[in-house]
Write a protein that binds this ligand. Structure first.
Ligand code: ZN
Length: 411
């Protein structure tokens, strides 16, 4: 039996007794006869767990253990309305650290490394996840958190940090700052572990070049432990994910039907070992695909492709489905355009108008040509005409968390 089949079997086995343990699932699956779920085809008929279900369980309604066994909670950044609170038992915290340490190992990071951790600490899972994994691995954690660039760079030099843990936008900000200050030769970084955001090839190349590091994408979400549930190996860009802790499915976001390996769709995760807040068929809204076949690195763990977007990031302009990845890919083909961009969609005089702002180092009289190439690139990719607007390097906002790049002003 291969590792994914095993994972599927575990997902089915998990259902036995779940209603007794979890009041949340007792209610959610009140009308579902779980004893009838025997095959993976049966499993695929189970209703999904949605983020709204988790919100409705606020504050501790997700808990499937006695409250004395909860050692910690985390909360997902509730940009809209009620946040989601996820309770963890001691085993959950330990399992998370095992997964995160495994990520570091897969990226070739060892106990000799010094890991500068710039994602935030607190209710958010990011910083503390990087920390747990580093400590279990036996590496030196430098728990900076975000911001204070002066101090960040000073400690990076003085402590000779070898690994940077960051979001892609903050890694870019640091890379630019290092270039600007001309301190590249004092930086000892060799690896970047970049979390949670989907980012384009051009931005990746810039960060890798300016920091002089090999980059690894780390995947995760607060509802499912946090960052550390998958990372790309040194062989290639798809991320290995830990099937012994989680069962992965890819569904069509519109119909909810499970798609065969290799097809792109929304990632759905079932936790196999989680005690505090087990989740069954949780819709991540992350779009990716399962990469079939064996990885050259030899690892048996399932691989998912670098995220291509979020199903709720998808915007429809003039009837065409657009993902941020499309814009990034188009930008990557335009010489002179940097990877930083922002999209505005407006409805003017009965028509949708999509404006793409992008940064460039080119002078004013060189800009019309590069604007026109972007227009052509988008037209080729999406059969859509846009308004391209070149701006100066550094004009678009950088953020320490996730950058919002698409602004839909139509509604
Ligand atoms: Zn591999």
């Amino acid at each position: 039996m291969d590792i994914r089949q095993q994972s599927a079997e575990q997902a089915i086995a998990l259902l036995s007794g779940i209603k007794e343990r979890s009041p949340f699932y007792a209610k959610k699956y009140a009308d579902v006869d779980l004893t009838g779920i025997k095959s993976i085809e049966d499993f695929q008929t189970l209703p999904f767990t949605e983020k709204d279900d988790l919100r409705d369980a606020y504050p501790l309604g997700l808990s499937a253990v006695d409250s004395s066994r909860i050692v910690r909670i985390h909360s997902s950044s509730g940009t809209t309305g009620t946040p989601v609170i996820i309770p963890y038992t001691a085993k959950d915290v330990q399992d998370w650290s095992i997964m995160f340490a495994r990520c570091y190992e897969m990226a070739g990071i060892t106990c000799d490394d010094r890991i500068q951790i710039t994602p935030g600490y607190g209710l958010w899972t990011a910083g503390i996840g990087f920390q747990l994994g580093a400590e279990l691995l036996g590496a030196m954690a430098i728990p900076m958190g975000p911001g204070n660039t002066d101090k960040q760079l000073q400690l990076m030099m003085d402590l000779e940090a070898t690994v940077l843990g960051a979001t892609s936008s903050y890694a870019l900000l640091l890379a630019e700052e290092i270039a600007k200050r001309g301190i590249g030769d004092k930086i000892k970084l060799r690896k970047g572990v970049i979390g949670s955001e989907r980012w384009g090839e051009k931005m990746r190349a810039r960060i890798a070049n300016e920091l002089g590091v090999e980059l690894h994408d780390i995947y995760g979400l607060t509802e499912i432990y946090g960052p550390g549930i998958g990372i790309n190996c040194e062989a290639q860009s798809a991320m290995h994910c830990w099937d012994d802790y989680l069962y992965f499915e890819i569904i069509d976001p519109q119909t909810g039907k499970v798609l065969p390996d290799g097809e792109s769709g929304e990632l759905v995760i079932t936790t196999l070992q989680k005690e505090g807040a087990p989740l069954i068929r949780y819709r991540t809204h992350d779009l990716t695909r399962i990469v079939a076949g064996d990885c050259p690195c030899g690892s048996p763990y399932t691989r998912i492709e670098t995220l291509i977007g979020r199903s709720d990031d998808m915007i429809k302009v003039k009837g065409i489905n657009i993902f941020p990845a499309h814009i990034e890919e188009a930008l990557a083909t335009v010489p002179g355009a940097s990877s930083e961009y922002q999209v505005m969609i407006d409805h003017v005089f009965g028509k949708d108008i999509m404006t793409i702002f992008f940064e460039t180092a080119l002078s004013d009289d060189e800009r019309p040509a590069v604007e026109e190439s972007l227009n052509k690139a988008i037209q080729q990719k999406l059969s859509l005409s846009i308004v391209p607007k070149a701006v100066n390097l550094g004009d678009l906002p950088r953020s320490e968390k996730k950058s919002k790049r698409i602004f839909d002003n139509r509604y």
